[in-house]
Design a protein around this ligand. Structure first.
Ligand SMILES: Cc1cc2nc3c(=O)[nH]c(=O)nc-3n(C[C@H](O)[C@H](O)[C@H](O)COP(=O)(O)OP(=O)(O)OC[C@H]3O[C@@H](n4cnc5c(N)ncnc54)[C@H](O)[C@@H]3O)c2cc1C
Length: 372
């Protein structure tokens, strides 16, 4: 079977690697020219100068000799009746199965830089070296991770957030408060419920971390169903059975509605799930979602999805910056957010839906022991 994959990011490359093992013909199309790379370090170790380009590589260069790779070119159309993908340079690629792994496009703000790919990160890193006054617009994960790297005793860093608190859609209040306190203790100015003013744009460096939208351009043009991303079924197939979608760009059904996730775990697990289907072992996608964010010595890990949670239980002391928040929905454990408690996180991945609020609150209950 000839499988054509659009998007050479975490999902696309993981799928290519899994399918290569199964002996399929693989074509990987990506508009970026760099060898496919890990994106999370761009706002962390790479920005700090601790991780270089070589260490970012998702696969060794030799892997791409085993597949057909088209780099530096955007796919612009899908000829569905003829099962062909059309590239911007006019190349037409025939497919038996087409996979869209097109990720996200950042929302942009005039006068501000953006961070999505390695070219953005390299430009930001160079500008940061000379900057003394930095403004970050948007207190989401990427903005806060960048602020954590940018803040030094010599550099002023201001983070502006339109919502009443940081990470409003992503984490519970105790976790957001702990992270906000950590940034403030280092001298970063966090201003919530505030929009950017003209004065903010006079800083040496302004980064907009104001979210991103799924890149559905190709899917939309081809008439595929769109619903907060490229809509797929439980097996990750789009409204055309010869086309699937995975990773940040895809929205999939769950028991609590349609969901679209922006995480490495989701991208790689969906790639594995789809590879199994294309190898004749179909199974619905039901991996436990998990995510991490590193900000200085704060390591946040999240298991599950906290949206709609109606009750929370703390384990550990937030003042110590070493605690977990167990979030329950209708009495069932829906998500666990851990700050510097990796053992809680590992246990949580197995205990979602099973742990009671009483067990979560009791430090004498050994979570690891309950996992078996
Ligand atoms: C700075 C940063 C930090 C992050 N930190 C974390 C973290 O700590 N933890 C975590 O879990 N996640 C993190 N993420 C998110 C994580 O990187 C994404 O969830 C993951 O990359 C999604 O993989 P993907 O393959 O779906 O999309 P991507 O990795 O974004 O890849 C999509 C690729 O498709 C290409 N493309 C799109 N359209 C076309 C087209 N028409 N033709 C050709 N190519 C196309 C794009 O150029 C891109 O290269 C971070 C993201 C960023 C940007």
């Amino acid at each position: 079977m000839r499988v054509v994959i659009v998007g050479a990011g975490h999902a696309g490359v993981q799928l290519a690697a899994a399918l290569a093992q199964a002996g399929h013909g693989i074509v990987l199309v990506g508009e970026e020219t760099a060898l496919p790379y890990h994106r999370p370090p761009l706002s962390k170790g790479y920005m700090l100068g601790e991780v270089d380009d070589a260490a970012l590589a998702l696969r060794p260069a030799a892997f791409y000799d085993t597949i057909e790779r088209h780099a530096g070119v955007r796919a612009v159309a899908i000829d569905r009746p003829a099962q062909r993908l059309i590239l911007a340079d006019g190349t037409a690629l025939a497919y038996d199965h087409l996979v869209l792994a097109t990720g996200l496009r950042n929302r942009r703000l005039a006068g501000a830089l953006s961070l999505r790919d390695i070219a953005d990160a390299a430009a930001l890193r160079a500008r940061l070296a000379a900057a003394r006054d930095v403004v970050v617009i948007g207190a989401g994960f990427i903005g806060l991770e960048f602020a954590a790297v940018a803040k030094t005793p010599e550099r002023r860093v201001t983070v502006i957030e339109a919502a009443p608190r940081i990470l409003g859609r992503s984490v519970s209040a105790p976790v957001a408060d702990c992270i906000a306190a950590w940034h403030r203790a280092r001298g970063t100015v966090l201003q919530c419920a505030t929009g950017p003013s003209e004065a903010h744009f006079r800083a040496d460096l302004v980064l907009a971390g104001i979210g991103a939208d799924p890149d559905v351009a190709l899917a939309k043009e081809a008439g595929l169903a769109i619903d907060n991303g490229i809509a797929v079924d439980a097996w990750l197939a789009t409204s055309d059975p010869a086309i699937s979608a995975i990773g940040d760009c895809a929205s999939f059904p769950t028991a609590s509605g349609r969901v679209r996730l922006e995480s490495v775990q989701n991208a790689t697990d969906q790639a594995r799930c789809l590879a199994a289907r294309l190898a004749g072992r179909p199974a619905p996608y039901d991996a436990v979602p998990w995510f991490w964010s590193d900000q200085g010595d704060i390591k946040l890990q999240i298991a599950g999805l906290g949206q709609g949670a109606d009750h929370l239980v703390l384990r550990g002391d937030p003042a110590s910056a070493r605690f977990s928040v167990f979030r329950f929905r209708d009495g069932r454990l829906a998500a666990v957010e851990s700050i510097n408690r990796p053992a809680d996180h590992m246990a949580a991945r197995k205990l979602l839906g099973r742990l009671t609020p009483e067990q979560a609150a009791d430090e004498n209950v050994n979570l690891k022991a309950l996992c078996t």
